[in-house]
Design a protein around this ligand. Structure first.
Ligand code: SF4
Length: 286
């Protein structure tokens, strides 16, 4: 049985919905989902008109990880075992408005999985810029392009030393599903950050959602890795990295991006990739 069914209320080709359908293959029916304000809160619907076949809880914007912590505590008090508790938030509910609750849950090492589905804008409220919006991206409130760089959320969460941390992309479902399965086996706080493009916010066609998520990995802008006990491993290594230009020029949101911005971004990606490749290697995590 599909645990997150078709016929949901998301836009056709929505990266967030694709991410959730992939995730439910890994998590299975004994899962409780906590979702704050976000596109995902509306995509799944509620009451009799819902795409969910598992229990879900709509929390306030700022507190999904805190609510998930409470759900876990309630399960423990009642002696119910074998249930995965997931707080699933967009980039706003993770990197900005929800960050204090997320940081607290990570610091307490709550036995929950937090998944950030990142479409790099506040799409539920009209596509405003947020903490993970890329430099130079057009949004309604950055009409000349975003003047600041995005937060590196996985790095911020790595500083909390979670039991397990990984990045993922909807273009690599097997990689994402394997990582979620690993997180589900771990006791303690786990963090996954999945790139889930929004065609409306990114200015691409709806059938290009997955292709753009793949291109982000192929040009080295989005690095797929996992981290456990301080050890990092790259899980997907592009055979030959494509120029970031190929990714940037395909998206309307980068229409204000100048040639020198693209060159600076390429240099940054090259440096980061070398750093990551040197540090992470191909070592298997225990
Ligand atoms: S606006 Fe974007 S994230 Fe929201 S439902 Fe539509 S495609 Fe998905």
């Amino acid at each position: 049985m599909d645990l997150f069914t078709g016929g949901h209320s998301g836009c056709r080709g929505c990266g967030a919905a694709i991410a959730m359908r992939q995730a439910m293959q890994a998590l299975g029916p004994r899962t409780i989902m906590v979702i704050p304000a976000s596109c995902m809160a509306t995509i799944g619907g509620s009451g009799l008109k819902t795409a969910w076949n598992i229990p879900f809880y709509h929390s306030l914007f700022a507190c999904a990880p805190a609510v998930a912590s409470g759900v876990r505590a309630a399960l423990e008090i009642r002696g119910i075992e074998g249930v995965k508790v997931v707080s699933w938030a967009g980039d706003a509910g993770t990197a900005d408005i929800g960050f204090q609750a997320l940081s607290g849950a990570a610091e307490r090492n709550e036995d929950i999985i937090h998944v950030c589905y990142d479409n790099e804008t506040y799409m539920n409220t009209g596509g405003q810029a947020g903490g993970t919006t890329p430099l130079s991206a057009w949004t309604p409130d950055t009409p000349a392009g975003k003047p600041t760089k995005p937060k590196d959320m996985p790095a911020l969460m790595a500083a909390h030393r979670p039991e397990y941390l990984a990045t993922a992309s909807i273009a690599y479902p097997r990689d994402f599903i394997e990582k979620l399965k690993r997180a589900a086996e771990v006791k303690g706080f786990c963090y996954l950050h999945v790139l889930a493009p929004c065609h409306r916010g990114w200015g691409i066609r709806e059938e290009e959602t997955v292709e753009m998520a793949r291109l982000a990995v192929e040009c080295g802008l989005w690095i797929l890795y996992e981290e456990r006990q301080g050890r990092q491993r790259l899980t997907v290594v592009p055979e030959k990295r494509l120029p970031v230009r190929e990714y940037i020029l395909r998206q309307q949101r980068f229409r204000e991006c100048r040639e020198e911005d693209i060159e600076a971004l390429q240099a940054e990606v090259d440096q980061r990739w070398q750093r990551m490749a040197a540090g992470a290697g191909g070592e298997e995590l225990g």
